[in-house]
Design a protein around this ligand. Structure first.
Ligand SMILES: [Zn+2]
Length: 233
């Protein structure tokens, strides 16, 4: 058995090392804007078990330079294990049309480079669903999922859709074999290590969570294979 954090952000190296010492073996670490992309790649090179993702979060679309897409493309070409995240739509933020354009551009790159995406959706699930129907083959991790039961059912029909949670509410209607757990550090739980107590509080079983994590990563990076630690115990 092993512990993982399915969604966090860039954290100081010391804090990542403390989480590793505390027993967390894997971290899916998301960057939210081009300025952070190299930092998340560097972190993955410093800490074994960090899976890096580069993306454009809907909160930061105004900070983009004209060549962001080319920069993303170059990095995806250079690093075959890079995933795409955090991307998505936020209905409480302005410029939903521009958010959607950027989201779709990232999804097209995900399809072209065969990468999984890590999706932020807040009060915009219908728009997200309408866009994702055009990308049925992409592996998606819906982070901090907050959609309704009907939306969850619809999304679950996508073969490659997984959900990472921090609260018990969505667990009632999510398929048990698609659920992962996350800290969203440094925002959510502040520290990845706290996923261990969170899983206990939510009554989640780590053997099932580990199975789900391997199945998500296995779909995402079959060429890379599972890290050796995943086969332990
Ligand atoms: Zn996040």
């Amino acid at each position: 058995m092993f512990y993982f954090d399915a969604h966090c952000h860039i954290l100081p190296l010391k804090q990542m090392e403390r989480s590793v010492t505390g027993g967390v073996s894997y971290f899916i670490c998301n960057a939210t804007k081009p300025d952070d992309w190299q930092s998340v790649i560097d972190l993955a090179q410093q800490v074994e078990g960090v899976y890096p993702c580069i993306g454009v979060h809907p909160w930061f679309i105004d900070e983009l330079s004209g060549d962001w897409m080319i920069q993303m493309q170059l990095l995806l070409e250079k690093y075959p294990s890079l995933m795409i995240g955090e991307i998505g739509l936020d209905g409480t933020r302005p410029h939903l049309t521009k958010q959607a354009e950027i989201f779709e551009t990232c999804l097209k790159l995900a399809r072209q480079y065969k990468r999984a995406v890590h999706i932020h959706g807040y009060k915009a699930w219908v728009n997200i669903l309408n866009i994702l129907v055009c990308f049925p083959d992409i592996s998606c991790l819906f982070h901090r999922f907050s959609g309704s039961e009907v939306q969850a059912r619809y999304l679950s029909k996508m073969v490659n859709a997984y959900f990472s949670v921090m609260t018990s509410k969505p667990l009632r209607y999510l398929p048990a074999d698609r659920v992962l757990i996350e800290s969203d550090s440094p925002d959510g739980l502040h520290k990845p290590i706290r996923v261990i107590e969170l899983a206990e509080r939510l009554g989640l079983n780590w053997e099932q969570l580990d199975y789900n994590f391997c199945s998500f990563i296995g779909r995402t990076m079959p060429f890379k294979g599972l890290p050796p630690q995943m086969n332990k115990g």
